[in-house]
Design a protein around this ligand. Sequence first.
Ligand code: MF3
Ligand code: CO
Ligand code: CO
Length: 258
Amino acid sequence: MIILKNERDVEAMRAAGAVASTVLHEVCAWITPGVTTKEIDNFAASRIKSHGAKSAFLGYRKYPCHVCLSVNEQVVHGLASNRRLDFGDIVSTDVGVIYEGYIGDTARTVAVGGCDVLAQKLIDVTERALYEGIARALLGNRVVDISRAIQSYVERNGFSVVREFVGHGVGRSMHEEPQIPNYVDGKSSPKLRPGMTLAIEPMVNAGSPAVEILADGWTVVTKDGQPSAHFEHTVLITEGEPEILTCPEKTQLKLKAE
Ligand code: MF3
Ligand code: CO
Ligand code: CO
């Protein structure tokens, strides 16, 4: 069942989205050569707390970290560790927060200091693929129209989309219906309706789409060891243009603390 949000829900989702995107911005700005992913996770935890929110990930199916930090060939769900980031690494940072009962979910991949041309193209194509998908998040379309736009943009640019992990509805729960694949899967696809709140999140591999899970039970990596990137926004379907709920620039965040 797809949960449509009313105006009160939407107001709360705007607030949760503002917190999530503000934290993502703060964390990405803090990432620099020489820091460990554990230090980043600790920083993220303190930012989430100071905004009066909670991590939506910590404890979710026993996930042990506050944010997901996935480096280079890691696709998603990377675990914080004593690994020190190097100049040239790329880090996919995924922030999910619970704020006054609602969830905001947003991710981006950033270069640590800088990165090579291929990795930068991967980052750019993945971000653009997200916006290609969002541009189709329109009343009258179906979920598959989002999926198709993402897949075709990625493949036109010589990269591949991950199949095993998908976007999702989001609200009071992190993962609501519908699933939002980043490829056309040939299954029946729901119509988009005003009041749907969707986490659209292309995961894009430089090489083959194949992934596997490491022995830690969480970290998803590319099978071929090539890099991967991940961008995500929480988006509201309206009668008109889709509204991105995870833009710190758009929503004035009223800080609870500080
Ligand atoms: N943030 C992921 C998503 O975008 C879910 C992470 S689940 C966790 O759907 F347990 F790994 F945190
Ligand atoms: Co996410
Ligand atoms: Co998500």
